[in-house]
Ligand binder design. Structure first.
Ligand SMILES: Cc1ncc(COP(=O)(O)O)c(C=O)c1O
Length: 404
């Protein structure tokens, strides 16, 4: 079990109050989580002690090199990757995915096909749509009304020409977890590359790229208690076969090959600290074991709170939940709903007035919200449970929503 008081004491921003002394409740985690002191300190210490560019012959530059190396090593452990050479850094997931699509555009042949899904965030759709201008065909897997992907549609659409399948591990709008193991079996049959968007999955579950057997996986540290840095895993050897936009003066090999310009070294030291923070919640003999054990605790805690939130909201006459129920654990702790009397934005305004943070709209999962016929009415209200949330916070939120 999680020692919640201890966990919460790490996050300075949890103590913020509004002018009416309402303690802030963060249910906006899927848009970005709060950050523990260890991350804040790592970032400010970088500027105090190690600030420099890389590959110089002096102390701060050598420290920056070692901070960057150790960060790649920690991310590799975090994702279960083969080595730090598989980990590339970017501004955020969207930017990395655009670079990847540019790099692949020169490899994937005219007439080949790329599969995306209707459930995905635009960051895993838009970059692949640019390939259409190279004569590559885009194919979309349909979203069903219950918030899951149509796997029969996927089976019908994949074929010998499918060069790449780009899909999310879970939906940031609905909390659906996709059947990526099934997808992998089929992509393997057709020799298609598999890219997984783990942005909404990584805050809630541990990831093991080797057992996922994916070719690329992308996530964003600001969704798991870190700063705004995008992280890309590429299967060993794969990045070197791509042809991304590149300055001739930068390294032409993995993991640097897809990175451009000077990285945000301070934020990168914050990424290491965020992973250290997660590992400190778990037990085990190795860093990886601690991370896996931490995630078991995190997902159990979050599931308990979110399933409770779900069942209370589901019992309210004015509320309709959009997405799957919590009858099995194959769900992220993200609960989206619409209200009979108020739009999603009105609900968020009312919650905001009592210091409860929640998002409304489509959260860039535009196609999914359109497909569910919810775009014109302003989308859904999304409540995302994170590691630091408590049962009291859920009770208070349910009480407030019941009063609308
Ligand atoms: C599922 C998913 N994919 C991709 C992104 C884009 O990530 P970034 O903001 O790092 O570009 C988000 C951001 O909300 C997301 O939730």
């Amino acid at each position: 079990m999680i020692d919640l008081d201890k966990v919460r004491s790490n996050f300075p921003s949890l103590s913020l109050k509004d002018e009416n002394e309402n303690q802030i409740i963060y249910l906006d985690g899927p848009g970005g989580t709060q950050v523990p002191s260890i991350v804040i300190d790592a970032i400010s210490n970088y500027y105090r002690q190690s600030n420099s560019n890389t590959h110089g012959e002096f102390i701060t530059s050598k420290e920056t090199d070692s901070i960057m190396d150790s960060m790649r090593e920690k991310v590799a452990q975090f994702l279960g990757a083969e080595s730090k050479e598989c980990i590339s850094i970017g501004q955020n997931m969207t930017t990395l995915n655009y670079s990847l699509s540019r790099g692949l555009s020169k490899i994937i042949k005219k007439g080949d096909e790329v599969i995306i899904t209707e459930l995905d965030h635009e960051a895993n759709r838009g970059p692949w749509k640019t390939l259409e201008s190279y004569g590559i065909k885009l194919v979309e897997v349909a979203l069903l009304k219950d918030g899951t992907l149509d796997y029969n549609d996927f089976k019908n659409k994949i074929n010998q020409r499918t060069a790449l399948v780009a899909m999310g591990m879970s939906s940031n709008a609905l909390g659906t977890i996709n059947d990526f193991n099934f997808i992998k079996k089929i992509t393997a049959k057709y020799n298609s590359l598999l890219l997984l968007d783990a942005v909404h999955y990584a805050p809630h579950f541990s990831i093991d790229v080797k057992s996922l057997d994916c070719d690329f996986l992308i996530c964003s540290a600001y969704k798991f208690y870190g700063p705004h840095v995008g992280l890309l895993y590429s299967r060993p050897g794969l990045l070197d076969t791509l042809d991304p936009d590149r300055l001739i003066v930068q390294e032409q090999f993995a993991p640097y090959k897809i990175e451009t310009g000077t990285l945000n070294h301070a934020a990168c030291s914050g990424v290491s600290a965020a992973i250290d923070f997660i590992s400190s919640i778990g037990e085990g003999n190795s860093y990886r074991e601690k991370l896996v054990s931490a995630y078991k605790k995190i997902s159990n805690h979050e599931y308990e709170l979110a399933s409770n939130l779900y069942s209370h909201l589901d019992s309210l006459d004015n509320v309709t939940i959009i997405g799957q129920d919590f009858s099995n654990k194959n769900r992220t702790p993200t609960v989206s709903f619409i209200h009979k009397k108020y739009s999603a934005n009105e609900i968020c305004k009312k919650l905001g007035k009592v210091n409860i943070c929640a998002w409304d709209g489509h959260f860039y999962a535009l196609k999914a919200i359109q497909k569910l016929n919810l775009e014109k009415t302003g989308g859904v209200t999304r409540l995302g449970v994170s590691l630091y949330n408590s049962q009291e916070e859920i009770n208070r939120t349910v009480k407030v929503i019941s009063s609308f």
